[in-house]
Design a binder for this molecule. Structure first.
Ligand code: ADP
Ligand code: ADP
Length: 198
């Protein structure tokens, strides 16, 4: 399966990805994570992100398919992606839209804690780690993203509504869009995801 996850910051894409990834043995490609590691490595952003994306899509382990999380986020990117897949004789099978009201997102984003190496995310209230501030699996420290503040969220949401919402219509017209009720508890969203993909 070749999947795209679309939703505003905090809608639960990163939380549902591992479930989908494990169940269907797909690669999880998160452009946000790739861009953050590009910054850490001081590589020019555009180059690094494109390299990572190209490489990942050609990896043998991605032959079963992939989950794109954070890409495409503009209609131009969606068109480019379609062109690229068409050349490979494939296409996007399904796009999951994490539909959610903006008002819920501030609490989700400001309470988010991340294990940078794995991308696992926790929440102080909704998904607390076993030991406060530390990853359940590795025991390593968790961090908060610098842009996970109420103020920066506002501009990320503006960009989402302006640039990424049109991508939802783009895929709806292609007949591959599935809607999720992303405001529900994580387990209920997982059940919806499984129904859509079964
Ligand atoms: P995204 O990848 O879409 O930005 P995340 O999956 O990182 O979003 O979720 C944002 C925050 O909200 C995280 O702290 C996560 O633990 C929490 N979260 C994710 N899904 C839910 C949910 N369905 N209900 C409540 N909290 C959630
Ligand atoms: P967000 O939680 O804001 O949706 P991500 O974790 O997906 O963010 O990505 C972090 C930041 O990296 C985004 O706010 C955006 O500035 C940038 N970014 C991620 N993916 C893309 C992309 N496909 N095109 C342009 N910028 C991107």
């Amino acid at each position: 399966k070749r999947l795209v996850l679309i939703g505003p910051p905090g809608s639960g894409k990163g939380t549902q990805s591992p479930v989908i990834k494990d169940e269907y043995c797909l690669c999880h490609l998160a452009t946000g994570d790739m861009l953050r590691s590009a910054v850490a490595a001081k590589t020019p952003l555009g180059i690094k992100a494109k390299e990572a994306m190209d490489k990942a899509m050609k990896k043998p382990s991605c032959e079963k398919g992939f989950i794109l999380d954070g890409f495409p986020r503009t209609v131009v990117q969606a068109e480019k992606l379609d062109e690229m897949l068409e050349k490979q004789g494939t296409k996007i099978d399904k796009v999951l839209n994490f539909a959610i009201d903006d008002s819920i997102l501030e609490e989700r984003i400001t309470g988010r804690w991340i294990h940078p190496a794995s991308g696992r995310s926790y929440h102080t209230k909704f998904a607390p780690p076993k030991v406060h501030g530390f990853d359940d699996v590795t025991g390593e420290p968790l961090i908060q993203r610098k842009d996970d503040t109420a103020q920066v969220l506002k501009s990320r949401l503006e960009a989402f509504h302006k640039q990424t919402e049109p991508v939802i219509d783009y895929y709806a017209k292609k007949g591959v869009l599935a809607q999720l009720h992303a405001e529900k508890p994580p387990k209920e969203v997982t059940v919806e995801v499984q129904k859509v993909l079964s």
